[in-house]
Each structure stands twice: as structure tokens, then as C-alpha cells.
Ligand binder design. Structure first.
Ligand SMILES: Cc1cc2nc3c(=O)[nH]c(=O)nc-3n(C[C@H](O)[C@H](O)[C@H](O)COP(=O)(O)O)c2cc1C
Length: 172
């Protein structure tokens, strides 16, 4: 991997995806990568980035609309560098919920056949009814944080090899 920074960008409504993005950024930083962590709306372009890590939360069976807009807007640039994808979804520790969220993501990304991520992962999410903007019924539910930081750290620690390998293949 060259010395250009890796962009880690995220689409979030309530902040839990941002915290995961920051955890991944810290891990890549420890591995010697230069990283730039940005909310997705602040990304102007991908020039100068060696690779992109894109994270977004699922809402009502679809990836955050800003993530879709990002994929459409930056298609050409994304095709020219390694891309890794993560999503936050299930508010449950169960494997059925995880499978369901993964299916939602897979179906949602089918419309981008050009997208060939070097890694793609679904993480359990966080539900916080105290956040402003939660609907009335949602506010009746308890706070639940199912994010597994060990799982997230393990995925992040595998990224340097995957990104570097993809970059080597690109120049072979
Ligand atoms: C109103 C609402 C709808 C949701 N819909 C889905 C869904 O369809 N599939 C899923 O896997 N997760 C769903 N989730 C869970 C979110 O993806 C999860 O809470 C995530 O951590 C939110 O990320 P954020 O804090 O970055 O916005 C939903 C959460 C809320 C509050």
C-alpha cells in the first residue's frame, strides 16, 4: 500500500456507525496506515485516497440513502481503488437477525454489480430510544447496544492485508 491516506467514511443517523468507523480507523492507524475519517456528506471526492472503507446503517431493510448516493456519485473512482464495506444492522445477538440483515444488504447492493469489495461485513448495531428523532413507539423500547467490539477489531485487523493485496493485484 502506498503512503496515500485511506478514507473511512460513514452514513449514520444516530452515531453508532460513526463509533465503529472510528474504531476501524484507530486499528488501521496502529497498523501504520494514514487514515481520514469523514461523515459521508463531507466527502468531496476520492482523489488522493489509496482505498475507501465505507460503512452505513440499515434502516427499514435498506442501506442509509447517503451511502447509496455515495456509491452512485463516486462509481468511477471506487472502481479504481480497493473498497471495503461494513454495515450496522441487527439489534439482536441472534444469528437469524444477522442473516436477515445480511440478506437486506446483499439485496440492496445488487444494483451495483461493478462493486467488488475486498471485504464486506455486517455488525450488530445499537438501538438508543433516547436519541432525538426516534418515533413515539420506538421510544418505549429499552436501549440496546449489540456492537461486538472484539468482532469489529478482528475485522479491522484483517483489513491491511486485504487492502494491500488488492492494491498489489491492481498494479500486477
Ligand atoms: C427505525 C429503525 C429501523 C431500523 N431498521 C433496520 C432494518 O431494517 N434492518 C436492520 O438490520 N437494522 C435496522 N435498524 C437497526 C440500525 O441499523 C442500528 O440501530 C444501527 O446501529 C443504527 O446505526 P446509526 O446509529 O449509525 O444510525 C433499524 C433501527 C431503527 C431505529
Amino acid at each position: 500500500m502506498d503512503t496515500k491516506p485511506v478514507l473511512i467514511t460513514y452514513a449514520t443517523r444516530f452515531g453508532s456507525t460513526q463509533e465503529v468507523a472510528e474504531k476501524i480507523a484507530a486499528s488501521l492507524g496502529e497498523a501504520g496506515f494514514v487514515v481520514d475519517v469523514k461523515p459521508i456528506q463531507e466527502v468531496q471526492g476520492l482523489d488522493g485516497y489509496a482505498a475507501v472503507i465505507l460503512g452505513a446503517a440499515l434502516y427499514n431493510a435498506h442501506w442509509h440513502p447517503d451511502a447509496h448516493q455515495f456509491l452512485t456519485q463516486h462509481k468511477t473512482d471506487l472502481m479504481q481503488r480497493p473498497v471495503a464495506i461494513f454495515s450496522l444492522g441487527p439489534i439482536s445477538a441472534g444469528s437469524a437477525a444477522m442473516k436477515n440483515s445480511r440478506r437486506q444488504l446483499d439485496e440492496d447492493l445488487e444494483k451495483y454489480p461493478w462493486l467488488k469489495p475486498v471485504a464486506m461485513e455486517m455488525f450488530a448495531g445499537k438501538y438508543d430510544p433516547t436519541k432525538p428523532g426516534m418515533g413515539f413507539f420506538y421510544r418505549l423500547l429499552p436501549t440496546r447496544d449489540y456492537r461486538n467490539w472484539t468482532t469489529i477489531a478482528a475485522w479491522a485487523s484483517a483489513l491491511p492485508a486485504l487492502l494491500t493485496h488488492a492494491e498489489i493485484l491492481r498494479h500486477a
